[in-house]
Structures are given as structure tokens and as C-alpha cells.
Design a protein. Sequence first.
Length: 275
Amino acid sequence: MANITAADVSKLRQMTGAGMMDCKKALVEADGDFERAKELIRERGLAIANKRADREASEGVVLAKTIKNNTIGVIIALNCETDFVAKNEDFVSLAKSILNVAAESLPSSLDELKSCKINGKPVSDLISENSGKTGEKMELAYFDKIESAQVSSYIHMGNKLATVVGLNKVVDPTIGFNVAMQIAAMNPVSIDKDSVPQSVIDKELEIGREQARLEGKAEELLDKIAQGKLQKFFKESTLLNQEFVQEGKITVREYLQKKDKELTVTSFKRYGLSN
């Protein structure tokens, strides 16, 4: 049996970040083989993650950034179980590393991002290892990206919600930032009424008709009333038609056109931990 020294345990701890007792136990089981000991620690991280798979990982951080002269925006969410872990420096650092590799690699999907490597290790393995250290379930819950002539990002205080928004022209960055804040505050369903999914329109019409019916309105008036409610929905829930919260009395479309007649939003993404 290999002679496991305190220096060996300390070295493995520096390599993995695991606790001292966990490192000693892994080295003993691996008979001093550092690579095997590292693998054992990683496996235990996976075991803890799997054991807690039924737990709700509703805390965490949501981060966003722009790259390539503000023409691409990326957004990620790394979840955990408690706010205590979400505020931990190592957890936030891991989330920032994942955001950076997402920005560098621009993967096509969440699963592809999980396979991207940070310092030679897949993102999924790093998350499992950190899950093993904290004893909490962790998961990479969200990733998306947009590209446009100009992209702005916004992270709400506390890292619980973030947005990215694309504009069709290069303008003062403050304009895009203000629209990104609007998206965070008002949670629009789409850019304009023409981009609202038909399934959402159908559902709103159904709700409008049922509300009118419960109010005792005549059957022949239900469709007309539902259409009126739908127009109100478009005004309140589509970005360009919403009241611009920073000024009031004008819509987001009017705010943009005050800056440039041709200025508009091309795309946006929004993600919050309550999603």
C-alpha cells in the first residue's frame, strides 16, 4: 500500500478542490495513483449529482455578455439548490467560466456547451465536480445566443435574471441597454404582434371569449370582445408596443424611432430563475 502523505493530500486538494478527507480517502483507495484518485473524486461528484437528481435546483446565477464588437450576445444559467451556494465565490466563478467558453466557442445547443472544455475538462464534468464539493445538485439550465448589427446585454441585480437584445443598426449603446432593461422588467412574449406564436393568439382568444361569457355577454358578441382583449394583450405583451417604462406615454417603438426612424429590434432573449 502506498504511503499517503499530507503533501499528497494537499496536492490532490489543489488539483480538484475537494475536501481534505475526501482527497485522503480517494488517494488511499487509488493506492497513491493521482489520476485514479482524481477520477474517484469526479465519480463521487457524479454520484452526488445523481442522488440529488430529484431535488429542485431553483437558485443559481444567470449571466450574459456581448462579444465581437457587440454583434453577438450569449446568456447562460447555472442552477443550484440554495442561495448560499449561489452567492459562493467559487460557484459564481464557475458560471463566469462557462459564460466565457460559451462566448468563445458559440456552441449550437445547450448539450454542445456542456461538452465544451475548460482547462481540458468538459463543462459537464466541472459541474459534477462542484456538485460533489458542495453536496448540492447543480445543472446548466439554459444557454442561448443572438447575433445582430448591435447587441446589448443586461444582468439584473443579484444575477437572477439577464437579457440580450439585438438592434438592426449601430447606435449609442445606452439605447440598447435601455431596451434590454425593458425586456427584463416587462417580460414581453415577442418583438411585435406579427411574431406572436399562433398558439398564443388562439389561447388568448379562447380566454377572452370565456371571460366575456362569464360576464354574461351575448354569444354573438364574444368574438368581437375577444378580439378587443387580444389587442390589449398585444399592447401589453409585445416589446415594440409596450409602454417604455423609463419615460411612459410612449411605446418602445416610438422611443427607438425618436433616436433613428429606421431603428428596431431584431431579436431578444430573456431568462430568469423563476422561468
